[in-house]
Write a protein that binds this ligand. Structure first.
Ligand code: SF4
Ligand code: SF4
Length: 348
């Protein structure tokens, strides 16, 4: 057996068949995978696994998420791509107008931003928003040097664990002991997997909650932390409340990423959020999904909301779904009074 098969067998052997992962799996709620069945060897099709990581958040015995990643790597014959070898990123950088128009001004090293692949390649203006939010609470920042990818995607499973660890440790060493701020919950978890402490942007803003600005006019927001940040959703809610926004107590869940389940999942997420004026997210992948939703609600990344409260709206023009706070219609929720009977999102 190879490295991947050995790892799968080792992790499956540790499963005690408690069944706790399956009812928490967002894919399973939509007719997708059954992680418990997969972990006991009864099912092998992982094509509908979203790789959200929720199963490992709830499992106390083993690591089903890693098994799913490994099975995906095998099923799709995934290997470390030439893109990574040439750029240090898991995907190619798209042309994006914000790249030349919004240039980050690094002013010090209180903290280092690790933007992650989705931000760098798809929505680079979110790094600018992160920089602005950090400066808003009175801290200086720089971008973390290094390859850039957290090595969480399945293509990296063929690497030895020690090889992945050395790459991640080499990257975080560039922070010289200062805090690393991750903008993607997947990066947050991936670094911690290798013992490298870091703060998700939610954690950082929460630690600086007394320094946050406030909006002069309150408005209703729905909050979607994304799967990786679901365990710290209360911090996110406290942050938006501190900014003077009104949290609408919406159901929360998974965007479905790029699986066949995503269309229905996104339709449910939009419905659950519809008593807000906008949706605030904390995951770059979620951001790209919500901002591409046909007839979708306006969406902001959490650091964009903080930057806006301090008067910075430079990133708004790069959104597909316009955000028009000068229009009085913005302050009217899409569907005031909607209360979902039961969220098909997460059971948190
Ligand atoms: S993977 Fe973990 S949560 Fe799922 S059935 Fe096995 S022990 Fe239980
Ligand atoms: S990674 Fe997510 S979608 Fe895949 S099995 Fe685990 S909980 Fe389900």
């Amino acid at each position: 057996m190879g490295i991947i098969e050995d790892e799968i067998a080792r992790l499956m052997q540790k499963c005690i068949s408690c069944g706790k992962c399956t009812p928490n799996c967002p894919s399973n709620k939509y007719g997708g995978v059954d992680p418990h069945e997969i972990m006991i060897g009864g099912e092998t099709d992982v094509s509908k696994c979203i790789l959200c990581g929720t199963c490992s958040q709830v499992c106390r015995r083993t690591d089903p998420f890693t098994v799913m990643r490994d099975l995906k790597a095998l099923a799709n014959d995934l290997h470390v791509s030439d893109t990574y070898k040439n750029t240090g990123l898991a995907m190619p950088k798209s042309e994006h107008p914000s790249r030349g128009e919004l240039v980050c001004e690094w002013d010090g090293d209180d903290v280092y931003i690790m933007p992650g692949c989705v931000v760098q390649c798809k929505v680079p203006f979110l790094e600018y928003a992160a920089m602005t939010a950090i400066k808003t609470v009175g801290k200086t920042c720089s971008e973390l040097e290094g390859p850039g990818c957290c090595l969480r995607p399945p293509q990296f499973r063929e690497m030895m664990n020690t090889e992945r660890h050395d790459i991640i440790a080499g990257m975080t060493a560039n922070a010289k002991g200062k805090d690393v701020i991750t903008l993607c919950g997947g990066c947050t978890d991936a670094l911690r997997e290798y013992g490298e402490e870091n703060l998700n942007m939610i954690d950082f803003l929460y630690d600086n909650i007394d320094r946050l600005p406030r909006f002069e006019r309150s408005f209703k927001v729905a909050v979607e932390p994304g799967c990786s940040c679901m365990p710290i959703k209360k911090k996110m809610i406290e942050i938006v409340t501190r900014l003077s926004c009104e949290f609408v107590n919406n159901g929360m869940g998974c965007c479905g990423k790029d699986t066949v389940l995503a269309e229905q999942m996104m339709a449910d997420r939009e419905k659950e959020c519809s008593n807000g004026c906008l949706i605030v997210v904390a995951c770059p992948k979620c951001f790209t999904k919500y901002d591409a939703q046909p007839d979708g609600m306006p969406v902001l990344f959490l650091s964009e909301l903080v930057a806006w409260a301090a008067g910075h709206t430079e990133t708004f023009k790069y959104h597909n779904i316009p955000l028009e706070p000068d229009n009085e219609d913005f302050y009217r929720p899409r569907f005031d009074g909607f209360i979902p009977k039961e969220s098909k999102g997460m059971r948190w």
